[in-house]
Design a binder for this molecule. Structure first.
Ligand code: HEC
Ligand code: HEC
Ligand code: HEC
Length: 167
């Protein structure tokens, strides 16, 4: 049998390092892989108006705020992603048409080589994985698969895109 050359002790260390708070009978609950995917449309499945919790996480609401002035903490994070330290004004340009196709239409401006808009993958990974009391980590266990979906036939990973939910 092929061996990966890892000593048993190393495997044990890897197994112990897996977060234990999201378990199924078969091991860790990985959305869409070993567990039901709670957010199959990624961005637009999660960024909704949570009336009961009093949190309006919709992109339309955020974009309205960013077009006046983006929150300071967000601008700091967005600046950090800019290649060559290019400047950000902290004021988002008009982009309401992109609400019909999130994140594909966002990415059409936020390309890696844009120079004026923060590169999208970097921006997404920083806002969801850094900062004190980050709710993506504390509530959603930071799972990559809430955005990156596995095509079980081809092995391809993609981030699905679609319109903001209207309800
Ligand atoms: C499973 C839930 C979930 C998914 C899927 C998700 N997000 Fe988020 N997102 C969050 C949470 C929770 C936060 C708040 C993080 C924090 O506490 O700082 C957040 C923060 C953000 C912010 C920063 C907002 C601000 O005002 O600081 C942006 C922008 C954002 N998300 C865009 C996206 C986009 C675009 C996608 C898809 C590529 C996406 N999110 C997918 C839950 C999600
Ligand atoms: C028309 C092009 C365009 C589209 C479409 C667009 N953006 Fe932007 N975005 C920009 C530019 C340019 C900036 C830099 C603004 C600045 O100087 O602060 C920016 C900045 C941001 C920032 C950092 C905060 C800020 O305002 O500086 C976030 C977060 C963001 N965009 C998220 C999104 C999301 C989510 C979408 C899709 C719903 C989107 N953007 C669609 C061009 C665009
Ligand atoms: C909130 C949504 C979100 C989460 C969570 C997320 N990603 Fe991403 N990721 C994206 C988006 C959006 C792109 C850009 C896709 C594109 O350009 O088509 C991306 C691109 C990437 C890329 C290719 C570009 C690059 O930056 O090198 C890698 C690799 C990647 N993600 C790894 C990960 C890993 C590993 C995790 C978990 C630890 C993760 N992502 C979690 C949204 C997310």
């Amino acid at each position: 049998m092929a061996s990966l050359g890892l000593r048993p002790g190393v495997w044990m260390a890897l197994i112990v390092s897996v977060p234990l708070h999201a378990e199924t009978d078969e091991g860790p609950a990985i959305a869409g892989v070993t567990a039901v995917d709670s957010h199959p449309q990624a961005c637009v499945s999660c960024h909704i108006d949570m009336v009961d919790a009093g949190i309006d996480a919709r992109f339309s609401t955020a974009l309205r705020q960013w077009s006046v002035a983006a929150p300071d903490e967000l601008v700091v994070v967005a600046r950090a992603t800019m290649p060559g330290g290019a400047k950000l004004t902290g004021k988002h340009p008009p982009a309401s048409e992109s609400l019909m196709d999130i994140p594909a239409a966002c990415i059409s401006c936020h390309a890696t080589a844009s120079g004026t808009a923060p590169p999208f993958a970097r921006l997404m990974h920083l806002v969801h994985y850094t900062g004190e009391e980050n709710h993506f980590l504390t509530i959603f266990a930071g799972q990559c698969v809430l955005c990156h979906k596995l095509n079980r036939n081809t092995g391809e990973w993609t981030v699905p895109s679609g319109p903001e939910r209207l309800d």
